[in-house]
Unconditional design. Structure first.
Length: 69
């Protein structure tokens, strides 16, 4: 019997993997836009939306504001 996998109900691990891919994409876009050789730790925190909010704030996944074409 063939098992069918639906994309409408991903498993928890799939959601985590997709979130990680999204964050990597955000970092790549930020790195491509910078004139410096490397992203600063502060810029990385800004791109990933971490740091200043502390442990109390709920984590969010940044969405790409624009698509490169």
């Amino acid at each position: 019997m063939t098992q069918v996998v639906t994309l409408s109900a991903p498993h928890a691990q799939d959601c985590v993997a997709l979130a990680e891919i999204e964050l990597c994409g955000e970092l790549m876009i930020a790195a491509a836009d910078t004139l410096e050789e490397r992203l600063s730790p502060d810029r990385i925190d800004e791109v990933l939306n971490v740091g200043a909010g502390g442990a109390e704030s709920a984590p969010t996944i940044p969405r790409q504001a624009r698509h490169r074409g």
